[in-house]
Design a protein around this ligand. Sequence first.
Ligand code: SF4
Length: 337
Amino acid sequence: MTEPAVHVLRGLLREGYASHRAAHAFLELTYRCNLDCAHCYCIHDQAGEELSTVEWCRVMGDLAAMGVLYLSFTGGEVFVRRDFLDLAAEARRLRFAWSLLTNAAAIDEGRADRLAALRPCAVAVSLYGATEATYRAVTGRPGGLERARRGVGLLVERGLRVHLRAPVTRRNAHELEAMIAMAAGWGLGLDHDPDMTAADDGGRGPLAEALDGEALAAYLARYRGGAPAPVRAGASHVCGAGQVLLAISPFGDLLPCVAFKRPVGNLRRTSLAELWAGSPFLAELRSLRVRDLEGGGAWHCPGAAWAETGDPTRQRDYARRRSALAGAAAAASALTR
Ligand code: SF4
C-alpha cells in the first residue's frame, strides 16, 4: 500500500470508531496447517465444514458492500486451501487492498509468480528459528527452515513487500540474533514478539512456550530498552475489535477480531450487515473503555484476555509480568539518577 493510501486508511479507521464502520477484515480461510507449532493458538483439527470457494466469494462481496477496504488472509496456513490464490484473485477483482500471512513453506516458483501478479500490499511471513533443529523443535516438522528460506527468497526476488515476524519462545530465543541476521541477508527487518496467548479453546499449552521471568527480563532489556509501561487514556476505546475491524472464521463465524474468538453469529444463518449492526455482544464490546480494564490497559488485548481468563477486561499473565518488569526497570533507573 502506498503512503497516501495508508494515511487514507488510518483516517477511515479513526472515523470508523465513531460510526462503527468496519474497514479491515481478517479472513481465516482454514485452521488447518502444514506445521504444528507448539506455541500456536489455533486448534487445527476442528470439526466443521469450511466455507467453500463460492461462499468466501459471497462473503467478500458482502464485505465490499459494507465498505470494508482491506482484507488480511490468514489461517492456519492459507496455502493449505487449494483455492487460496483464486480467493486472492477475487479480492483483487473486488478492488480490496489485501495481504496474507503465511509460513512460506508451500511457496514455490508458480505460487510466487501468481502472488506477484495479484499485487498484495504485503506478505507477512512467520519465522521460527535460524537452524533446522530449532525450526523442528518449534514447528514439529523437519525441513522447515529450508522451505521457509526458499519461499521468502522467491517472494523477495519478485519484489513483493515481505514482513518477517518471529514469535520469541523458550525454544528459539537463543537464535533471535541469528534470525535478525538472516532477515538482514534479504534486506529485511524482523518483527519479534515474546507475547504468547492461550489457545483459542482456552488451552494453556501455548503459554507454556513463553519465556520465563529471567529470560523475558533479558529480552526486554536487550530489545525494548526497558521501555516503561504504555499509559492509555481511560476514556479511550480499548482497540479496534468489533469497532473498525472484524474477522471471519473458516466456518463462517463472525468474530470481533482474529484474536477474539467469541462468535458474534454465523454468516450461513444471518447476514453480515445484520450481525454487525444488531449484535448485543458487539454493542457491549464497543462500550468498553480503557478505564474498565484491570491493570490500566498496558499490553491489554481483550481477545487474548478472554481466551486466557474468560473475561475481556481481566489482566493476562503476560501483561502482569511486563508491567512488573517495567516498574522494576523504572525503579532501578530512578535509583541510578
Ligand atoms: S488488542 Fe487484541 S482483540 Fe484488540 S484488535 Fe488487537 S489483537 Fe484484536
